[in-house]
Design a protein around this ligand. Structure first.
Ligand code: FRU
Length: 424
């Protein structure tokens, strides 16, 4: 089959830019774009495991789906080690902070189920040990394919390298719970190409991960969003007029911001099943602004494309900053142009008094936003913290044109289904 470039003679679109001028409009603690304070006495889902990125089961149109009345979520998960000598400090206490910070290296996909859309019960690991080709099973998306309960789990196989992969299995329900069966053969889909998306050889701190497949409501084709960095050797990127945007006098200096090169990538499937993919140029780039635009995802509303992505304070470039949280952009068509929501892009950030309280927000089509608790201060000075590794309270936002507003807060980990599928 012809590539898009061959078909159209040129790239089908120009990436939209999140500029330094846009980012200068980011303001922490605006109540309409700030997550309510998470109390330090939060409940934990499990004393055996930490969980972080949460991936609700959904269909290709984005609807959060329950099966036979059971809600299902997948989570990145790692064992807690309260008795492991490796995590006992010199005073004989469990160093939970170090255990938590090490979790990425042993991340595995687990699933949970619930009758109520909260109070999740642990189902177990999705893939048996040894099925996934790499040490780390990083974020992605579980897709319910049909009434037979077939599920395609797209995820990122990391270390060595970073490959977007998928594995097919099936969800099975009984009156008592849910199990995942199959998930035995992992199929590699694609890796960064070094031409559009930065490779490990070009930058050891590259990002290439977090697949989010979807059916475009307008052309009906199968696409996938993912996180990337703009191709090129580390340090070689130019932060020019376009990347700077319309800044006031005195804000022209870009410092070392050429090292921050995040982008939201997109690929199109060449087949119906999503086994054969072609990467396209990024939808959005943040060169000179931020180094990570993680877990990109869409909400399709009012005929518009609302593109959301999570990012951190520590990944912002010189001279710009913003809270950890979820950022958003809107366009009238899939390939843009995208403009930042709320002028700046910030949709839901952590309050500055609790800068690490939550992360990895996922905006669902019903306006509910799920995230996990990272750490919450337990004293005034913020030096004592309580580590989370569990679900945060769900927040509701209202999306209106190019603006968003925080309007409500619900229970911890509340992820209600939008539709239920009865399995055959
Ligand atoms: C977001 C994230 C994802 C990645 C995973 C690794 O919290 O950084 O981008 O897949 O966590 O643990």
């Amino acid at each position: 089959m012809k590539s898009n470039t061959e078909k159209f003679g040129k790239a089908p679109h120009q990436p939209s830019l999140w500029t330094r001028a846009d980012a200068l409009k980011v303001h922490a603690d605006d109540p309409t774009t700030t997550q309510p304070l998470v109390s330090a006495d939060f409940p934990v889902l499990s004393n055996e495991v930490f969980i972080w990125d949460t991936m609700p089961l959904r269909d290709l149109d984005g609807n959060i789906t329950s099966v036979d009345g059971w809600s299902v979520i997948f989570t990145l998960t790692a064992d807690r080690h309260p008795n492991d000598p490796q995590y006992i400090d010199e005073n004989g206490n469990y160093d939970i902070t170090r255990d938590w910070n090490d979790r990425h290296g042993r991340a595995k996909m687990y699933y949970w189920f619930s009758r109520t859309g909260k109070d999740w019960k642990l189902g177990g690991r999705v893939m048996a040990e040894g099925v996934s080709p790499t040490a780390r099973e990083w974020a992605g998306t579980p897709i319910l394919l049909n009434e037979q309960g077939e599920v395609d789990l797209y995820y990122t196989a990391v270390t060595p390298g970073a490959t977007i992969v998928k594995v097919r299995g099936r969800v099975v329900t009984t009156e008592h719970g849910v199990s995942m069966v199959g998930f035995e053969k992992v199929k590699p889909l694609f890796e960064a190409d070094g031409k559009m998306y930065q490779t490990e050889a070009q930058n050891p701190f590259w990002g290439f991960r977090d697949p989010w497949p979807f059916r475009d409501p307008n052309d009906g084709k199968l696409y996938m969003l993912f996180e990337g960095n703009v191709a090129g050797e580390r340090g070689s990127h130019k932060v020019g007029e376009a990347e700077i945007g319309d800044v006031p006098p005195g804000y022209e200096d870009v410092g070392n911001s050429r090292f921050q090169t995040a982008c939201v990538g997109i690929a199109v499937a060449r087949d119906e099943d999503g086994d054969d993919w072609e990467m396209l140029p990024p939808l959005l780039t943040a060169v000179g602004v931020n180094d990570q635009t993680e877990r990109p995802h869409f909400v399709f509303q009012d005929g518009k494309y609302y593109l959301f992505t999570i990012s951190h304070t520590f990944t912002y470039a010189d001279g710009v900053t913003g809270p950890d949280g979820v950022y958003g952009f809107v366009a009238d068509s899939l390939f843009g142009p995208y403009v930042p929501l709320n002028g700046s892009g910030l949709v839901l950030g952590n309050p500055s008094s609790q800068p690490f309280q939550t992360y990895s927000h996922c905006v669902m089509p019903n306006g509910l936003v799920t995230s996990f608790i990272d750490s919450v201060p337990t004293d005034e000075s913020g030096t004592q913290i309580r580590i989370g590794g569990t679900e945060a309270p769900t927040v509701e936002i209202k999306i209106k044109g190019q603006q968003t507003f925080v309007v409500a807060e619900y229970d911890y980990g509340y992820i209600p289904p939008m539709l239920d599928v009865t399995l055959k």
